[in-house]
Design a protein around this ligand. Structure first.
Ligand code: SF4
Ligand code: SF4
Length: 372
């Protein structure tokens, strides 16, 4: 049975060891990084840089603790993410969210280059066929996956699996474009964006959020450039009038996340990845959005495991036991303690991600929780 180490977010005593950074230090010691990483080995610390406005990411202090722990064993860490918006803008977002060399103590680099096209095709599975894994993640021998656990409008739940699947893959591949990248998970067929003029309130949020300026309006008519569009789905997600849609299917989406995660993991030797899930500032939405709503549950703590599926299942189990917070989306949706908060927030069959990951051999939903 896989071990999952946990430390609570509660800080009872007035001492560093009781703080979350202090507890992360202790968890990293308990896990024993020497068992995974070697002196002089390059180690990617994979996180999500967030968005301008989405400030509830994994805080720089935690990345710093991971970097320092890796340096203590002589490894050579760097902090990375794949391009979500234009690369230069994304580095600036990272900087604004406090993720830079000075704060985290290691280089902060884009895993798929400034243009987000530096990726290598890797065999994925029945749904995706092949997928474009960011070249840096493909090539680096070891990785610590630092994930901010939260809800997600499409995935229902977003943790390590999504951080690997969406975050380890490029938006587009140099030769085969979006069809080999994240868009292959988000949509099917040609991924054509459909606009319902009757429902559209001309709020222009879709245009403003598009990282590629693929949406324009003229004479109150939406125009979409399918040739440059990444099929990232942001425009569809922010439309609160249901006026935009891309073809998709929840089961296929969840299953393809597991497939893509498998493709990313497959580029590493066994025992060269560990997963750290941060159950803090658990907001209802993805860190890609240009805002972060208030948390739907209280901070819970930090989980570490070498088993992707186990750390995800343990995170979900903890979220399902958490009490929904007042003045949050959970209260707005009348979610009460004991109900499946993840399901009720977004009505998505999120558990398929984890079921599929187990079926694909990425780990076990059975775990032993060890609290320190
Ligand atoms: S899916 Fe929407 S937001 Fe994303 S690139 Fe295409 S048009 Fe822009
Ligand atoms: S976000 Fe939706 S309602 Fe607003 S302009 Fe775009 S399509 Fe219309």
């Amino acid at each position: 049975m896989s071990k999952v180490y946990f430390s609570s977010a509660r800080a009872i005593k007035w001492r560093y060891e009781d703080s979350m950074p202090g507890k992360l230090d202790a968890l990293l010691k308990k896990v024993g990084l020497m068992g995974y990483f070697s002196p002089d080995e390059w180690v990617a610390v994979k996180t999500h840089f967030g968005s301008e406005g989405a400030h509830r990411t994994v805080r720089p202090i935690f990345l710093r603790k991971v970097v320092d722990a890796l340096k203590r064993i002589g490894a050579k860490p760097f902090v990375t993410d794949t391009v979500r918006i234009r690369g230069l803008d994304y580095l600036e977002v990272a900087n604004q969210n406090g993720i830079n060399h000075l704060s985290v103590g290691a280089p902060v680099v884009l895993a798929d280059g400034l243009y987000g096209k530096d990726s290598i095709m890797v065999k994925a599975g029945e749904i995706l066929g092949e997928i474009a894994v960011a070249s840096l993640i493909h090539d680096v021998p070891a990785m610590v996956v630092c994930s901010h656990v939260k809800g997600h409008i499409n995935a229902g739940y977003a943790g390590a699996l999504k951080n690997l699947a969406m975050g380890g893959v490029s938006s587009a591949h140099r030769s085969c474009g979006w069809k080999c990248g994240r868009g292959a998970m988000h949509t099917i067929g040609e991924g054509e964006l459909r606009w319902d003029a009757d429902k559209c309130g001309l709020c222009y949020q879709c245009r403003d959020i598009c990282p590629l300026d693929a949406i324009t309006f003229r004479d109150d008519q939406l125009s979409w450039d399918g040739n440059i569009c990444w099929r990232c789905g942001r425009c569809e997600r922010v439309c609160q009038s249901d006026a935009l849609s891309m073809p998709g299917d929840d089961r296929r989406f969840m299953s393809s996340l597991a497939e893509a995660a498998k493709a990313v993991i497959g580029t590493f030797e066994a025992d060269k990845i560990i997963y750290i899930n941060f159950l803090a500032e658990i907001q209802p939405e993805c860190d890609c959005m240009p805002m972060a709503d208030v948390p739907v549950t209280q901070d819970i703590g930090i989980l570490i495991s070498q088993d992707l599926v186990a750390v995800e299942q343990a995170s979900i189990d903890m979220l399902l036991k958490a009490v929904p917070l007042p003045s949050s989306l959970a209260e707005e949706k009348k979610i009460v303690a004991g109900e499946d908060i993840l399901l009720k927030l977004h009505n998505k069959p999120y558990i398929i991600q984890v079921e599929e990951a187990q079926r694909l051999g990425l780990g076990s939903r059975e775990y032993e929780l060890i609290e320190i």
